[in-house]
Design a protein around this ligand. Structure first.
Ligand code: IVH
Length: 394
């Protein structure tokens, strides 16, 4: 019952992090990973093999959770790393953030600062975007944006409606407890009743890291949430302490990013598609292009405002991105590739499916088919009725 939202706030208070929340240096190529390891060995004056913990890099929003005597007391955003915002009420609405920790397996530290990533599942993200498309609101480019937006709500009853989740991957201050390894910290996090990042792997060489990266890049699309790479951390906490940090990033950890799921192709045509409520969504057919192992042939352009904002024309060369199994979208038009042959898309004044009139409400971006028995509307309604979020008919 304590998970029910509280009255809206006027503003968020500031929270000063006891230990700064650092950011990570990034590597995209194997050579940069080799440099990372060489730097560590140089710094430690050792060529001993190093044990790493490798975790997925969750594409979410960084938060810190403070537990005092096992009770969730303050939750904050990263902010600038030194000062964050107090979003305790919003974090209390997330089911996987316990209000009290479990003490059965190991004692509870008096003060425990756990760090993690709040995220939205891909399913929830797609559902939100579909609803926004229907209402002709600008869609979210990735699940991180609505997750961040949900945490920034002054009214926590709105946050409570969003199916947010959290994975923990580190700590700030923990009073009276010292862990010999990062892996032990993750184990303790689990014992206390919080959710550590899944798919943790110990790697004892770069070769093992590269193999794991290949494995995870292939499995990436099967996961119900977005990951944008791996985080490679030195497991031994004493070595972490000796390595320290430089320019607000630890020397003992690095983000090993996956390749962007982007490709360049041409828009062959733009056709409106009729949705459940009659909304005409412009969809681009593309010259087929392989992106991250999938051949992409079409992209949703969402609505007329989006087309105007990005100045998308038929014949344009565009950069297309696939965010998980989300319908690919156009990131950008390469205007310097224009030949002058490109054509602007005009929304038809009759429904392409039933021929009824198309109507645009004053002040609304959506164009809608007004046909009461438009076959496209009926088909989409039926699909919606049977779908997972409605009657869930298998
Ligand atoms: S460890 C010293 N582990 O990525 C920073 N961060 O680009 C310690 N992130 O701000 C961060 N998944 O919010 C760590 N498994 C993971 C992560 C992770 C996502 C975020 C984190 C950090 C950002 C850095």
């Amino acid at each position: 019952t304590q998970k029910v939202g509280a009255p809206p706030l006027d503003k968020f208070n500031t929270v000063r992090h006891t230990l700064p929340m650092l950011s990570l240096n990034t590597a995209t190529h194997p050579e940069e990973m080799a440099e990372f390891e060489a730097r560590i060995q140089r710094f430690l004056r050792s060529s001993e093999p190093i044990e790493y913990v490798v975790e997925p890099k969750i594409d979410g929003v960084a938060v810190e959770l403070l537990y005092v005597d096992g009770r969730f007391t303050v939750g904050s955003t990263r902010g600038d790393g030194i000062n964050g915002e107090d979003i305790t009420l919003n974090l209390k609405t997330i089911r996987s953030i316990p209000l009290t920790l479990r003490a059965e397996k190991r004692g509870l530290p008096q003060r425990l600062e756990v760090r993690g990533e709040v995220f939205l599942s891909r399913d929830a993200f797609q559902l939100m975007n579909r609803e926004r498309e229907e209402e002709s609101q600008p869609v979210f480019a990735n699940p991180r944006n609505p997750a961040a937006g949900s945490l920034k709500q002054l009214d926590s009853t709105i946050t409570a409606k969003r199916p947010l989740d959290v994975f923990c991957h580190g700590s700030g201050i923990i009073s009276g407890v010292q862990f010999a390894t990062h892996l032990e910290l993750l184990d303790a996090i689990k014992d206390w009743g919080l959710k550590p990042v899944p798919f943790i792997r110990i790697c004892r060489s770069l070769k093992e890291i590269f193999a794991y990266q290949g494995e995870m890049e292939t499995r990436r699309d099967e996961l119900p949430y977005e990951i944008d790479g791996l985080v490679v951390k030195v497991n031994n906490t004493e070595l972490q302490r000796r390595l320290g940090e430089i320019a607000r990033s630890p020397r003992w950890a690095i983000a090993y990013k996956f390749k962007a799921r982007q490709g360049t192709t041409r828009i062959l045509d733009i056709q409106p598609q009729v949705g459940r409520t009659g909304t005409l969504t412009p969809v681009a057919s593309l010259e087929p292009v392989p992106i991250g192992g999938v051949t992409v042939k079409s992209a949703s352009l969402h609505n007329m405002d989006e087309i105007d904002r990005k100045d998308i024309r038929i014949g344009d060369t565009v950069v297309v991105e696939r965010a998980g199994d989300v319908i690919p979208y156009v990131v950008q038009v390469l205007t310097d590739k224009r030949t002058g042959e490109e054509r602007r898309f005009i929304m038809p004044d009759h429904c392409p499916v039933c021929g009824s009139g198309v109507y645009r409400e004053e002040g609304e971006a959506a164009y809608r088919c007004i046909g009461i028995s438009c076959p496209a509307k009926l088909k989409e309604s039926l699909k919606f009725f049977g779908s997972r979020g409605a009657m869930d008919i298998e």
